[in-house]
Design a protein around this ligand. Structure first.
Ligand SMILES: [Zn+2]
Length: 119
């Protein structure tokens, strides 16, 4: 298990293992957040915080909720608005220990247009 936290420490994240690959997406929201996504099965990740510690943002079809720390603003994760069995979550690997993601491959996703990886 690997843990991470936002800058102020109000939100902690537990993931089951180091990410092997990280996604750098160029869609309209990810490019602004500047995050690196690590994907996990939703039931393997825990987001630990007080009930009021997260703010959420949804847009477009509102299928996803982007969760950020309400105190320091760090992007934590995207989660499904209506979670289903076998679903995934995207965890912002920028909040993990840099040493734990140093060797992960960074894949550039063209989420803005073709929704394909660029390499
Ligand atoms: Zn915080």
């Amino acid at each position: 298990m690997l843990t991470g936290s936002c800058h102020c420490g109000a939100v902690r994240v537990e993931v089951p293992r180091r990410p092997r690959a990280l996604t750098d997406c160029n869609c309209s929201i990810c490019r602004r957040y500047g995050v690196l996504w690590a994907y996990y099965a939703a039931d393997t990740v825990r987001i630990l915080c007080a009930d009021d510690a997260l703010d959420a943002y949804s847009w477009g079809t509102k299928e996803l909720r982007f969760l950020r720390c309400a105190t320091c603003g760090c992007m934590i994760a995207w989660v499904a608005s209506e979670p289903r069995e076998g679903g995934r979550v995207g965890i912002n690997a920028r909040n993990l220990d840099p040493a734990a993601i140093r060797t992960a491959k960074i894949r550039r996703l063209d989420g803005a247009d073709t929704w394909k990886y660029l390499e």
